[in-house]
Design a protein around this ligand. Sequence first.
Ligand code: 3PY
Ligand code: MG
Length: 258
Amino acid sequence: QRNSFRRAIENGDVVFGARSSTFSPTVIEIYGELGIDFVWLDFEHMGPSPWDSTVFEELTRAAEVGGTELFVRLPSGDPSLIRKVLDAGVRNVFIPRVDTAEEVREAVKATRFVHDGEPGERGMASGRSRTWGLSGDDYIETEDREVCLGVMIEKTTAVEELDDILSVPDLGFVFIGPSDLSVQMGHPGEKTHPEVVETIEEITEACHEADVPTGVIKTDPDEIEAAVDDGHQIIRVGGDLASIKSTLSERLDAIESL
Ligand code: 3PY
Ligand code: MG
């Protein structure tokens, strides 16, 4: 079974996603119906415990029904956590706050049965990803071909090690984190501080030189267009909470003026 997210970014296409902070299977189905390519589920800052694989099974099912892909931010690159989430059927995961290439290599290895010509650390499971849907004689090949792990570059330590990080085989993508970068660079909250902007440009350029797709968060249509022009391929364009707030507040304003 194909992972449309990984296939698209490997083909050089752009994918558009939205965050679901409600972790509602229904919202995920609606996103799919709308044509949203990926659903950002954030287990770094919120969410049910990722150790509960049944939560991921429900959410993965909703994504399959809706025709979209889950894009799961884990709280850390702990290999035991990565394996659990993949075994429930999730295929796109990413790790926040990475510091070193070694840490990135360990995380990628946890997603692969074979990594860089050596045995990987994925681990043979008999969970949902194997017994249903993705199952079959070619389970191992399919998983290694379709699972995708990325990292967030949002720490100065990672920026310093960026070339080594980008040379880790099978790294799927880099997502840029301007907010944490602003904190780490001593300009907390100032995402448009010239030094932060310059660092983001450097990260983007290094990733593209290494042929690693990049992702950013943009909600303004002009900024989305500019991000695509800058070569970013993974763009988060909104989310459920912000959409609820803006739609209902506009509607209430309209009702009040009747
Ligand atoms: C950041 O900007 O730090 C992020 O993690 C974006 O989600
Ligand atoms: Mg961050």
